[in-house]
Design a protein around this ligand. Structure first.
Ligand code: AMP
Length: 216
């Protein structure tokens, strides 16, 4: 299965991707995670990316496309993958089509996780991530049992720099202007599947995801 995950920041794409992986052992390729790894490693690319990310804007297409192309060539992608947070605009989507053509691959589906705009703010400002294992919590809906400590591995929880309120508004604006048009892009290709990610628990939403993707 080769999947593109679409949805606004805070829609729960990453969370649903992790659930899909539990059923289908394929890699989750999150351009946000790849960029954050470059930031943490302090590479030149990471330093350049951090300034853009902290403003809530998109990192230049050339940077992201190079990273994705390298990643898709790795062996573990032969059995499929989930692209999470990529493509982010029409130019990236077109470049992905060309890249996949060269690699003799085609997308199985584009899954859009739809969440009303009003809910996204709380989801994003409340989001906390484990430094050690990446597990996500939310101080409003799904708090860890001990403050700032991961229930799963005991690691320290942190708030992403770009989950601060000032940056979030910008990220949501960027999503509406640049990423939301991809729903139409994949709709026209006939591979769009949409699920309501705005109500219900993570597991209830996952049931809808499985139905939409015909996951057994
Ligand atoms: P995410 O974790 O997907 O919300 O991404 C966090 C930030 O990383 C975004 O706000 C962008 O600044 C940057 N980013 C992630 N994916 C992309 C992409 N495909 N194109 C450009 N910038 C990206």
């Amino acid at each position: 299965m080769r999947l593109v995950l679409l949805g606004a920041p805070g829609a729960g794409k990453g969370t649903q991707a992790k659930k899909i992986i539990e059923k289908n052992a394929i890699p989750q390729i999150s351009t946000g995670d790849l960029l954050r790894a470059a930031v943490a490693a302090g590479t030149a690319l990471g330093k350049e990316a951090k300034a853009v990310m902290d403003k809530g804007e998109l990192v230049p297409d050339s940077v992201v496309l190079g990273m994705v192309e390298e990643r898709l060539k790795q062996d573990d992608c032969k059995k499929g993958y989930i692209l999470d947070g990529f493509p982010r605009n029409t130019k990236q989507a077109e470049a992905l089509d060309i890249m996949l053509g060269k690699l003799n691959m085609s997308l199985t589906a584009a899954l859009s996780v739809d969440v009303p705009f009003e809910s996204l703010m709380k989801r994003l400002t409340g989001r906390r991530t484990c430094k050690a294992c990446g597990q996500m919590f939310n101080v409003y809906f799904n708090a860890s049992k001990k403050d700032k400590i991961c229930d799963k591995c005991g690691g320290e929880l942190f708030q992403r720099d770009d989950d601060k309120e000032e940056t979030i508004k910008k990220r949501l604006d960027v999503y509406s202007a640049q990423t939301a048009p991809l729903i139409d892009y994949y709709g026209k290709k006939g591979i769009l599947k949409a699920v309501d990610g705005g109500s219900g628990t993570i597991d209830e939403i996952f049931v809808k995801v499985c139905k939409a993707l015909d996951l057994k």
